[in-house]
Design a protein around this ligand. Structure first.
Ligand SMILES: [Zn+2]
Length: 294
């Protein structure tokens, strides 16, 4: 199983192209590009400078012998975002095109929810709104050869509330309604922990729909994005996660999303921290393989 890490590390201290060879040197096979960090920056809104940036990132990865395994698109918040000038749809489309340029097969996007009675009719309206939004992106996906993986989310104001999109069955309903090879699921272990989900059953239930993962830990209260095992007894049951990935038949990369773990780390320790994070990822990826063999 390949191990990967997100380029969202160390805040703004490091340029993406400089991090790529360091990731490879630390032992990672793959990279996750975070479009949501950059898509509002003027240089990314200008097609020529965005192309130059993407070209540099693609070249840095091929020089270092690592692959772009996935990318993260902008956060789709809900209908307020979707109305007006269609800016959110266009931002998602641009992130899909950028993923294609890097050769990343999946762009991760969040499904969205909106207030209502939280009854069946409300659920159905949210389902149809999501299906409509992601169906409208399919032509971009086909043109770029990039799929959209829908990520389980949570409500930052009510982290334990099971809002639409936080449950594996919500994601499966959207994906099954769209029924297309370029639509799948990304499982975020930290968000599932906040929603107090059974990670093993939740991940296993996704089966072949599962195309990407965001691996990180927290204490069950806040979305910390720290390394697995960092929060001791309050943290995630990693046996459950690795067994679930094996049971789902997951074939993608084991991708960390642990930006907070690196934020305060001084440069003198940064390389050591990168190598340690690769060791943690490799340890857990090996546990997935062992679970598969059982
Ligand atoms: Zn995530």
């Amino acid at each position: 199983m390949r191990i990967a890490n997100s380029l969202k590390l160390g805040g703004d201290r490091y340029r993406g192209v400089d991090l790529v060879p360091r990731m490879a040197g630390a032992g990672f096979d793959g990279l996750d590009f975070n479009f949501y960090d950059v898509y509002r920056r003027p240089e990314w809104r200008d097609p020529a400078s965005a192309e130059a940036e993407l070209e540099a990132l693609a070249r840095a990865a091929s020089d270092a012998g690592v692959e772009w395994v996935q990318a993260h698109g902008p956060f789709v918040i809900g209908p307020a975002d979707l109305s007006g000038d269609g800016g959110m749809m266009e931002s998602c489309a641009r992130s899909i095109r950028a993923s294609g340029r890097l050769g990343a097969p999946w762009t991760v996007l969040h499904p969205f929810y909106f207030d209502g009675a939280w009854d069946r009719a409300h659920h159905e309206r949210m389902l149809q709104a999501n299906v409509g939004f992601f169906r409208a992106l399919l032509p971009e996906c086909k043109a770029a050869g990039v799929g959209v993986a829908l990520e389980n989310t949570y409500d930052p104001d009510r982290p334990h509330a099971r809002v639409f999109g936080s449950l594996p069955e919500d994601l499966c309903e959207i994906v099954d309604s769209l029924d297309h090879d370029l639509i799948g699921i990304c499982w975020d272990t930290g968000h599932a922990h906040l929603a107090k989900l059974d990670q093993r059953a939740g991940i296993a239930s996704l089966g072949k729909r599962l195309k990407a993962v965001h691996i990180h830990d927290n204490d069950g209260r806040d979305d910390f994005h720290v390394l697995p095992f960092a929060t001791a007894h309050m943290g995630i049951d990693w046996d459950a996660v690795t067994a679930g990935l094996a049971e789902a038949g997951y074939e993608g990369a084991f991708t960390l999303e642990v930006g907070t773990a690196f934020r305060g780390v001084p440069e003198e320790l940064f390389g050591e921290m990168l190598r340690f994070s690769a060791r943690v990822a490799r340890h857990l990826a090996d546990r997935v393989e062992k679970s598969r063999a059982r």
